[in-house]
Design a protein around this ligand. Sequence first.
Ligand code: 6R9
Length: 635
Amino acid sequence: MSNYHIKNLEEYFQVYRKSVREPANFWEEVAEEHFTWRKRWDNVLSWDFSKPEVKWFENAKLNITENCIDRFLFTRGDKTAIIWEPNEPSEEARHISYLQLHKMVNKFANVLKEKGIKKGDRVCIYLPMIPELAVAMLACARIGAIHSVVFAGFSSKALATRTNDSGCKIMITADGSYRGSKTIDLKGIADGALKDCPGVENVLVAKRINSDIHMEEGRDEWLQPLLDEASDECAPEIMDAEDPLFILYTSGSTGKPKGMMHTTGGYMVYTAYTFKNVFQYKEDDVYWCTADIGWITGHSYILYGPLANGATTVMFEGTPSYPDAGRFWQIVEKHKVNQFYTAPTAIRSLAKTSSEFVEKYDLSSLKVLGSVGEPINEEAWHWYNDHIGKKKSPIVDTWWQTETGGIMISPIPYVTPSKPTYATLPFPGVQPALMDEKGEEIKGNQVEGRLCIKFPWPGMARTIWGNHDRYRETYFSTFKNMYFTGDGALRDEVGYYRITGRVDDVIIVSGHNLGTAPIEDAINEHPAVAESAVVGFPHEIKGNALYAYVILKEVGESRDRENLRKEINQSISEKVGPIAKPEIVQFVSALPKTRSGKIMRRILRKIASRQTENLGDTSTLLNPEIVDEIISERG
Ligand code: 6R9
């Protein structure tokens, strides 16, 4: 039996039991079986969640690009590594072979070196879904630089905060990007950020939309001429298993975003292992994950996990609805996609459109359907199963986080019997626990609690960049000796997990994690605003939408409310990003507060979702009368 590839349920249980009883042996066998190491580890695992400190494959040496590219050159040199599908269906797709990818990555790595980038330096990548994005990340990994990809939908302010927090010396961006029928002035947004990023010395600009942009003398350079000049050979930097590979920011429930830092060896083993099993990838399959590489799903399951298995991975520049709602299915037919991985928000929006958009295309290549990013509701699950999978392709509802690096709880297709809305069983090596409010573990089945993980796994983030105290505080202090996920979950009668949603102030809108604090900050910066509170409420397509309660400085002021709403939305777009604009802005005279001054978000959430029959105990409020006023003006 191979630990690396699970093929039936009996094997799953065997492998799982082994992974819990002898975790070090189990992961050692996986790491040995499938990867290229320059030097073996001295010790598989050492850990202490109270610090927290976790080390996997200590003192092992490797380069992840050697594992994702070089070792396949003889066996799969001409195999397509990346299929790039452009925004416009009439533009030709690109097929990049492992051999070509090798050259492209080496050239890019040499350009970075020429710009003085060395092992350990941070590189900000602010690019749309074009091949340069994947190549830039791998080029960083080639030379041991730490990439920090910022999703190309983020605003100047968000980009600047992230660039400065990680101390990036260089930024890689593009002249612009295509998103459906729109073009986006990416360089303009980058310029807006760069005026507040004194540490960035060089900016490399990829050409995508051929727009006439400002190039800052002495700072900005076009990328292509530099690549043309560079050598296509670049020896990989030999890294320690625990050397950082990348930083990726995720929203926190308070204040600034958290730069989750992932390391090299464990992340590689974990993403490769989970990819192989969750998608049951076979040699000639074509795999497509529709996420943006700017999120962890793209890092782990467009790039590193698939390439570490020598897979063919599709990278799509556009959107699900352009030129029409059939675009995803047209791409599935065109590239004969075998595994398709997307988000519930996309499924829900496509399920609303005419079934003709699906029926027009031949989807018979599909073998596995994946879902990620938020709980998938029953209706969306069935539509996905009936219309896309034709009841033949198992759905894998994969639960995980930026912090976990890879998939944690998920069915294994053709192995784990699925159950709609359930992420089902933990992956080998993953030991979940449900905790009650007193901090006790809830044992047994048919129970509900806060989801924690009891034991380290190789893909876990090691710290928050520059703020280890915050890492401990956020994840390891709520429950003793446990990693706390921030999610609630229930465990059914057979031990299947269902994730019920966040239990903190993070709201997931269309699969994007948004912290309420930065949105409230953006609202409060408006000169007319005194205070605000943002909560989530259920939304048919987006999963959750945002509801903002806003107190104006001068109550009864005769300012045009509609205009104020627009200005508030504008401020949020600029400071956080358009995705964070609230669905509803309600002006209120006060917010319900406890005696200690905390806003009672629980009540605001209920009002936003019109569940006001049972508001629970309001007697601890300082101002209980405000509740009725807010309800009556809810509209
Ligand atoms: C991979 C990713 C993490 C949060 C996570 C949870 C929610 C993700 C889910 C899910 C229910 C699933 N989430 N997958 N909830 N079922 N299958 O999305 O990472 O962007 O960091 O978000 O997303 O709330 O805590 P990230």
